[in-house]
Design a protein around this ligand. Structure first.
Ligand SMILES: Nc1ncnc2c1ncn2[C@@H]1O[C@H](COP(=O)(O)OP(=O)(O)OP(=O)(O)O)[C@@H](O)[C@H]1O
Ligand SMILES: [Mg+2]
Length: 109
């Protein structure tokens, strides 16, 4: 899967994602459609946390082994436990993904 994400010209469509224990998200499954997907919710409902969870996973997958995969946009000290639901050390962030793989036309020539 990492190979699919890293190869130039490749396109990977995220069809569905289940996110568990990331920030305010205890257990959420999203079915995504091609094109624009809109998240609607009240302030602090967790819309940005969904995007952050996906970015966190992506960064972790493509990161070089010796680089930090993810840093929140904060200049000051942060605790990695801030990323875990209710900062509960007994929980683990986990994902289930359904991906569709497209190779670009350019790549096929
Ligand atoms: N580790 C955590 N555990 C539980 N809740 C958390 C954690 N970290 C952040 N939150 C909660 O996430 C909420 C903020 O979520 P988020 O920023 O995604 O909301 P939003 O829908 O994007 O809001 P806005 O419309 O204001 O941009 C806050 O209520 C905050 O308390
Ligand atoms: Mg937001």
């Amino acid at each position: 899967m990492v190979y699919l994400l890293k190869k130039p010209g490749n396109k990977v469509f995220l069809k569905s994602i289940r996110i568990r224990n990331f920030k305010s998200i205890e257990d959420l499954t999203l079915e995504l459609k091609p094109g624009i997907n809109l998240f609607v919710g009240a302030n602090r409902a967790g819309k940005t946390n969904i995007l952050e969870a996906i970015r966190f996973l992506y960064k972790a997958l493509i990161a070089d082994a010796n680089k930090t995969p993810y840093l929140p946009h904060r200049p000051h000290y942060w605790d990695p436990l801030d990323l875990v639901f209710k900062k509960d050390p007994s929980r683990y962030i986990s994902y289930e993904l359904t991906l569709e793989h497209f190779t670009s036309i350019k790549n096929n020539i």
